[in-house]
Design a protein around this ligand. Structure first.
Ligand code: SAH
Length: 257
């Protein structure tokens, strides 16, 4: 198929989907970490309504489903991810209470105070931490929980190279106390926060990409955008190896007041 008539945005979009559909997770995390974050949340039962925003292909959603009894709606902007998500739910016989829908996290299809839990791993940055916490709160019942993982500085000072990288990628990155203060200012009790261990990045995120990159590059031979995409991902992995003591992902769990 010719790409002549596609806008560069459309082209990138398809390549990004293609690339990230090849790996189980689209962001750092692990089943152990999902279960740990869930351990801070009480009062869930078979009537609970849960939303997983920016769910991707559903790696963490299926873990969440195995450890809760309620119904879960996974929402993601990319229909390709949602198709894989629903296939995964079916394979794990979870399709009766786990449903993937295409949509945007800035226009959620839920009713006010409908949800018992909002989950979002490595995805709230798309709308911004503070905006997401404020806007999503509407859909939570009083006393209900939110659990999100978010890129965070571990120190007040750090090398220029990594500051510049994140300033460009996600300027809302901040330190743990600053993120917790924001959570409180947005109307939540900050119940817990913890740093995702290194294996969430290396074993569960960057390592599966190595094999996927080889096949991806073979299938898109000569495609400059595909090569750039892989180069970007490799650069990001190298930066992580070099500067991991200065930043990482942190899970923040809050309870709506
Ligand atoms: N939670 C998954 C995916 C994280 S990657 C995991 O941890 O593996 C971020 C996800 O956010 C991607 O799947 C991307 O498609 C999705 N996304 C980006 N913008 C979005 C938006 N506006 N609304 C919903 N999802 C969005």
């Amino acid at each position: 198929m010719s790409n002549e008539n596609k806008s560069i945005h459309e082209f990138d979009y398809q390549l990004i989907c293609d690339y990230f559909s090849r790996i189980e997770r689209q962001g750092p995390g692990s089943p152990e970490v999902t279960v740990k974050a869930l351990s801070f949340i009480d009062k869930l039962n078979e009537t609970s309504k849960i939303a997983d925003l920016g769910c991707g292909t559903g790696g963490q959603t299926m873990v969440l489903a195995q450890h809760t009894q309620g119904s879960i709606v996974g929402l993601d902007l990319f229909p390709e991810f949602i198709a894989l998500f629903n296939k995964n739910a079916q394979l794990q016989h979870l399709q009766d209470r786990v449903k993937g829908i295409q949509g945007s996290m800035d226009k959620l299809p839920f009713k006010a105070e409908e949800l018992d839990l909002i989950w979002s791993e490595g995805a709230i940055y798309n709308i911004g931490f503070e905006r997401g916490l404020r806007e999503w709160k509407t859909f939570l019942k009083k006393g209900a929980y939110i659990a999100v993982s978010e890129a965070t500085w571990f120190t007040d000072e750090r090398p220029d190279e990594i500051t510049a990288f994140w300033q460009d990628a996600y300027p809302e990155i901040d330190t743990i106390p600053a993120k917790i203060a924001k959570m409180q200012a947005c109307g939540y009790i900050p119940v817990a926060s913890f740093i995702l261990p290194e294996n969430c990045w290396v074993e569960h995120y960057y390592k599966p990409q190595i094999e996927a990159q080889k096949v991806f590059l073979q299938q898109h031979k000569g495609n400059k955008t595909a090569e750039e995409l892989v180069a970007n991902e490799r650069h990001e992995a190298q930066l992580y190896a070099k500067y991991k003591e200065f930043y990482g992902y942190v899970f923040y769990i809050g309870k709506k007041l």
